[in-house]
Ligand binder design. Structure first.
Ligand SMILES: *Cc1c(COP(=O)(O)O)cnc(C)c1O
Length: 366
């Protein structure tokens, strides 16, 4: 028998969350962002739940090929554009739309031989200072693209750094929105500026023609803990679950795990769960990180090791060897543990936990 750990993907939850993006931005089209192998869910496994999207946005050309292999005929957008000139051949062949964020990418387009011109999204650096043309260079880049026979329609895009929070006492988008509006004023083209956080928090000002919804598709909350999944009506698209494979009775003074970082102060019962950091569970999750045992809330105890972690069973007398343990997602009897809570306890974000589920964990659709 394989180790009892597994990840379950919930197509209904993906479809529900896609519907939430539509409800937030009813006049926009929705790119389902499926970069990083659909945030760790697997493109092929996420596809049935997300196929109602208007397009898919991602970074890797190989992932775009996998979507076309699933027979997706609609738009696919490469969010970072191409990485070398010959990538443009694949864009022509697979009809990929691509971001253009730097002069080199325009130079390559100018030399590219294609029968059909490409759809591109010209990216503005409105203040995040990651990718994109600075505002002062934006119109010249637009004009260069417009003059190229290789280019069909030009869309306009930018990306927010703080759509999930306040920044210097203002909402986190005002400064970038102002830069974006000034740089793009009067330019023709479809617009796409909203990530999940903007789609949830500021749809009126950011939805425009296309939203780019990533984390919310998977039921992760970009502005946790200010808001949680229940607030935004998002459902977990992934459950990570395993079982108790050992039980230990502790006396006061006994310790648990490497480094003996946890010492029992009273008699306790702990369950040893077949899940560790080699499965993608965060090693930095401290004692007290939430977990469900047979659908009931409990907490981890001691350090997470490579293949195991310990949970407190003291208050759960009916649970023990063989009990189902939900590390995050949907538990038995309608119970649920949001990935955001686990991430927060471990000092990270739900995005990272989803993406980090290890290849050794079997994944299947629920
Ligand atoms: C990842 C990404 C998104 C989606 O972000 P979420 O916070 O997951 O919604 C949108 N746009 C770009 C350019 C991205 O790289």
């Amino acid at each position: 028998m394989p180790r009892p750990i597994e990840a379950l993907i919930h197509p209904d939850a993906l479809a529900h969350n896609l519907g939430r993006a539509r409800a937030q931005a009813p006049n926009a089209r929705v790119w389902a962002v499926v970069k990083a192998n659909a945030y760790g869910h697997g493109i092929e496994r996420a596809y049935p739940g997300l196929r109602g999207a208007d397009g898919f946005a991602l970074l890797d050309l190989a992932e775009a090929e996998r979507l076309r292999a699933l027979d997706w005929r609609g738009p696919i957008l490469l969010l970072e554009g191409v990485f070398e000139p010959r990538d443009l051949e694949l864009c022509s062949r697979l009809k990929l739309w691509h971001a253009v964020h730097c002069e080199q990418q325009i130079d390559w387009l100018a030399m590219h031989k294609t029968h059909e011109p490409h759809r591109v999204f010209l990216k503005l650096n409105s203040g995040m200072n990651r990718l994109g043309f600075p505002p002062a260079a934006f119109r010249a880049a637009y004009a260069r693209l417009q003059a190229l026979p290789q280019v069909d329609e030009i869309g306009l895009m930018t990306h927010f750094s703080d759509a999930d929070a306040l920044r210097l006492g203002q909402d986190g988008i005002a400064h970038q929105l102002a830069a974006y509006e000034a740089a793009t004023d009067g330019l023709a083209g479809e617009r796409s500026i909203a990530n999940s956080a903007a789609t949830l928090r500021h749809p009126g000002r950011t939805a425009h023609d296309w939203v780019r919804a990533g984390i919310m598709m998977y039921g992760g909350v970009p502005d946790f803990p200010e808001h949680d999944a229940a607030h935004w009506d998002l459902r977990p698209a992934m459950t990570l679950r395993s079982q108790v494979i050992g039980v230990q009775d502790l006396q006061p003074g006994d310790t648990v795990g490497y480094g003996s970082t946890f010492t029992a102060e009273r008699p306790m019962r702990v369950g040893i769960v077949a899940c560790g950091y080699a499965d993608g569970y965060p090693r930095h999750a401290p004692t007290g990180t939430p977990v469900l045992v047979d659908g009931q809330r409990s907490t981890t105890v001691g350090r997470v090791s490579m293949d195991m972690l310990a949970v407190d069973l003291t208050a759960l007398p009916a649970s023990g060897w063989g009990s189902e343990v939900t590390l995050w997602g949907e538990g038995p009897h309608g119970s649920r543990l949001p990935i955001d809570e686990v991430a927060r306890a471990a000092g990270t974000i739900g995005y990272e936990l989803m993406c980090a589920v290890a290849p050794r964990v079997p994944i299947r659709s629920a």
